[in-house]
Design a protein around this ligand. Structure first.
Ligand SMILES: [Zn+2]
Length: 503
């Protein structure tokens, strides 16, 4: 049985002013052919799950192309066309050597391209042109996907992550492989139904280990355990995409029975809708958050800089929280990461132990605070490479680019260590501090530019977690005036909306 694997994965914010280019994919992860297997074998990722499933179910794997980039602005036309072309070329080569029994793809679901607001639809249409309408295509999707009916129609099964933080990417890749084996060997005929719920769900309340998502996750598991149901996926979606398909999606796949899939999807969707009010985020004002963290009897208190989360496409050079830490005199505080390649250059030119005068951060746009005019001591210089050892993307190596740890002095003998990087990175592993010589458990305050993902690694060591109301393109207080293409009515913009599911 010959199964091709590959994927193109990107979460795109239409509020970012920085388009995502081919270089951004090359910087994060771009692997073709045998290199794809080298990079992902043994990793707790979706392609890692495909590869392990292939071993267990005796597939002959045909690697094509796997590309992913850090979330950012929409993917350029050039990058979309080029990556899709290379993926399809891999499939054509595979077909030239013999028939393909199936295709496993790791997609995201929230990719916006300059060529198509629905990036996955664009990719899947091209893939279908190559493999034809009959070859099963099973895809994995991120829980933040904004899903269209066309995308669902182009695939056999869509398997979305169940967890946020995404600690189950390997499991979902493996599940996709298992479903592929059931389709190809067991003659299972999947039939999927999509229900779209007019709800913009605040990212922080999409955390799957607390309500409202915990109950939704449990109901989904119960439905998935009913006989004849192959997969139940719930996707609260990515709210910072001003496109016609943004919102909460439920996809259910049943064995040969679309009506049955639709009924199960409606049950879950109704439960989501009943909980709609619980998806509103109420972050803590910046100064109040810093004071609370400083006054806590123990550390570390984790301050989540949720307005400037590079994992949601933000620039990671926001300065508002850092400015407050310095002004209010926070001590034993460390921040990760602040992207500022210019400052890294200055630090490297000066050398470890030297003091430099810099304009730090706030350079990408005017929505994440101003550059901070400060003097800083260069504590450490590194190449910025480390391997994830925590629960997310375990065994994957991260490349922050040349990195500098700077010590900034604040009011009243305050002191903040800042990990300044060349590339953007959402801190999802304690290695971001430890690889830079900072022990996170020894700090009173850890400031991280992350919405939710930090919780997997930082939750277990945190005395307290505070979601800080920093400005920026991932701030969860959404402004209706900023959207043009978003379907209306939608909750919470249209607060009195009464929505009924047609069974
Ligand atoms: Zn996600």
């Amino acid at each position: 049985m010959r199964i091709a694997i590959g994927g193109i994965s990107h979460e795109s914010s239409t509020f970012s002013v920085v388009p995502t280019t081919l270089e951004d994919f090359a910087q994060r992860s771009l692997a073709e052919g045998p290199e794809l297997l080298d990079r992902y074998t043994g990793t707790r990722t979706c392609p890692g799950g495909f590869i392990d499933a292939a071993r267990d179910f005796a597939f002959t794997l045909v690697p094509t192309l796997m590309a992913s980039a850090v979330p950012g602005g929409p993917v350029t036309a050039e990058a979309t066309a080029e990556l899709t072309r290379r993926l399809c070329e891999g499939l054509r080569w595979a077909l030239a050597e013999g028939p393909l029994d199936g295709v496993l793809l790791a997609l995201h679901g929230a990719m916006v391209s300059e060529l198509d607001d629905d990036g996955e639809r664009y990719i899947l249409r091209r893939v279908r042109e190559v493999v034809g309408p009959k070859v099963p295509i099973v895809v994995t999707l991120d829980l933040h996907g904004n899903i269209s009916q066309e995308m669902v129609d182009l695939v056999s099964v869509a398997v979305a992550y169940d967890e946020y933080p995404h600690t189950d990417t390997w499991q979902r890749g493996y599940e996709a492989g298992l479903l592929m084996a059931r389709i190809v060997r067991g003659g299972v005929l999947p039939a999927s139904a999509l229900v779209k719920i007019p709800l913009l769900a605040g990212l922080q309340r999409q955390y799957t280990h607390a309500e409202p998502m915990l109950g939704i996750k449990h109901l989904a598991r119960d439905l998935e355990n009913e006989s004849g149901i192959l997969n139940v996926s719930y996707l609260p979606g990515f709210p910072w995409a001003d496109i016609p398909i943004t919102g909460f999606s439920v996809i259910v796949t049943a064995e040969g029975d679309r009506q049955r899939a639709h009924r199960a999807a409606c049950r879950l969707a109704q439960e989501v809708w009943n909980r709609r009010e619980q998806f509103t985020v109420r972050p803590v004002p910046v100064d109040e958050a810093v004071r609370r963290a400083m006054a806590a009897p123990e550390g570390p208190v984790v301050l989540a800089d949720i307005g400037d989360n590079p994992g949601g496409g933000a620039p990671a050079d926001g300065t508002v929280l850092l400015e407050a830490l310095l002004r209010l005199g926070a001590r034993r505080a460390a921040l990760a990461v602040l992207r500022d390649p210019e400052v890294v250059e200055q630090a490297r030119a000066a050398g470890e132990g030297e003091v430099i005068t810099i304009a730090l951060g706030g350079k990408t746009d005017d929505r994440h605070g101003r550059p901070l005019q400060v003097t800083a001591r260069v504590v450490r210089l590194t190449e910025g490479r480390f391997t994830h050892t925590g629960p997310m993307n375990t065994s994957m190596t991260v490349d922050l680019g040349p990195t500098a740890v700077l010590e900034l002095r604040g009011q009243r003998d305050g002191c903040v260590l800042v990990v300044v990087t060349t590339h953007r990175y959402q801190p999802t592993d304690l290695g971001v501090f430890r690889s830079q010589g900072i022990e996170p458990t020894a700090q009173q305050i850890l400031a991280v530019k992350s919405s939710v993902h930090f919780r997997a690694a930082f939750g277990p060591i945190a005395y307290e977690i505070i979601e800080v109301d920093t400005p920026g393109i991932t701030n969860p207080r959404l402004d209706p005036a900023a959207y043009r293409k978003l379907p209306r009515p939608i909750y919470p913009f249209d607060r009195d909306l009464e929505w009924r599911i047609d069974l």
